[in-house]
Design a protein around this ligand. Structure first.
Ligand SMILES: [Zn+2]
Length: 278
C-alpha cells in the first residue's frame, strides 16, 4: 500500500492551549488527511481536512465563534479534490473514507466524496445524529458537512467483532480489522471526541504509520506525555480518558521508535512526512 500524508488547509491557535506550558505564540495547525493506495481496495482516505463549506457553515452566530477561535486558512489548491487530481484521481475513485471523528476539520470534504463508503466507529456519530442543533457548537459539529446520502454509504465499524492485537501494537490490545486483510487496523482513542478512531497502516516499504487524529495536537505532547492546557478540557467529552489515551500513546511511541506516530494537526510532523512530488 502506498501512503501519502497531505493536508487541506490549516487553522491557527496559541501553542499554550494545545500543549501545557507551550508558548503564547500563535502557531499553525494543518488539517491532515492521508491517501492510501491499496492494491486491492484502490484509493482511500483517512479524514478529509477543511473545505470551503467550513466558511458557509460558520457564517452565523453562534457557529461564527468557531471561526474566531480557530481562524481557518484554505486555498483553492488545498482542497481535497484538487489534491487528488495531482495523483490523477477523481472523487469517484475514492472507495473508502475512514473518519477519525466528526469535527469540522476532519469531515470538510465528505460531500465531495460522493461515491465513497464512510467508515467510522458507530458511537462517533450516534451521539451527534440526534443532537439538538443548538448543541452543535459544544461538539464542534457542523451538520451541514454531512452529505444527504450519508446513511446509505455509511459502513460503521462492527464493534462487536474486535480483534486481539499482537504485541507489536502494545499497549493497544484490541482493534478493528477495517478491510478484513489487516492492512488497516482501527483502534479507539477515547477522550477528545466520542468514538475517536486512530488507524495503523503499513506502506510498501514496511514502514508503520499510526494516525492518532486529535488524541494529541502536537507530537511533543506524546513524546513528553504533556496534555493541552486545562481550558481545553471544556472541549473534550472525557478529559480523564484523554489523559489515559495520551499516556498509552507515549508508551507506544517510546517502544516503537520506527513507527511514524502522526497527530493530525502537528505541523512539524506533517511537514516532515508530506510527499512533495507524486
Ligand atoms: Zn481536529
Amino acid at each position: 500500500m502506498k501512503i501519502d500524508i497531505l493536508h487541506a488547509g490549516y487553522c491557527t491557535a496559541p501553542e499554550h492551549i494545545a500543549i501545557h506550558g507551550g508558548r503564547w505564540k500563535t502557531i499553525h495547525f494543518p488539517a491532515m488527511f492521508a491517501l492510501f493506495r491499496h492494491p486491492q481496495f484502490g484509493a482511500m482516505l483517512f479524514d478529509t481536512g477543511y473545505s470551503y463549506r467550513f466558511f458557509d457553515e460558520t457564517k452565523k452566530f453562534p457557529k461564527r465563534l468557531y471561526r474566531w477561535m480557530t481562524p481557518v486558512h484554505l486555498k483553492e489548491e488545498d482542497l481535497v479534490v484538487n489534491q487528488l487530481a495531482t495523483f490523477n484521481l477523481q472523487p469517484k475513485d475514492i472507495t473508502h473514507v475512514f473518519i477519525s471523528h466528526f469535527h469540522a476539520d476532519h469531515i470538510g470534504s465528505l460531500p465531495d466524496l460522493n461515491c465513497s463508503r464512510y467508515v467510522y466507529l458507530p458511537h462517533a456519530f450516534s451521539g451527534l445524529r440526534h443532537l439538538p442543533p443548538e448543541e452543535d457548537m459544544k461538539h464542534a459539529f457542523l451538520r451541514g458537512l454531512i452529505p444527504s446520502d450519508f446513511d446509505s454509504r455509511s459502513q460503521e465499524v462492527d464493534i462487536t467483532k474486535p480483534i486481539l492485537l499482537s504485541e507489536e501494537y502494545a499497549p493497544f490490545k484490541t482493534g478493528y480489522d477495517l478491510l478484513g486483510d489487516q492492512s488497516l487496523i482501527g483502534v479507539e482513542l477515547p477522550g477528545h471526541a466520542y468514538g475517536q478512531m486512530g488507524v495503523f497502516a503499513r506502506d510498501d516499504d514496511g514502514k508503520v504509520f499510526f494516525f492518532v487524529a486529535d488524541a494529541a495536537w502536537l507530537k511533543r505532547s506524546i513524546v513528553e506525555n504533556r496534555p493541552p492546557h486545562k481550558i481545553a478540557d471544556m472541549l473534550f467529552p472525557d478529559p480523564v480518558a484523554y489523559r489515559q489515551t495520551l499516556g498509552q500513546l507515549q508508551t507506544y511511541y517510546l517502544t516503537h521508535p520506527d513507527t511514524h506516530v502522526i497527530p493530525s494537526h502537528c505541523e512539524e510532523t506533517i511537514q516532515t512526512l508530506t510527499t512533495k512530488a507524486h
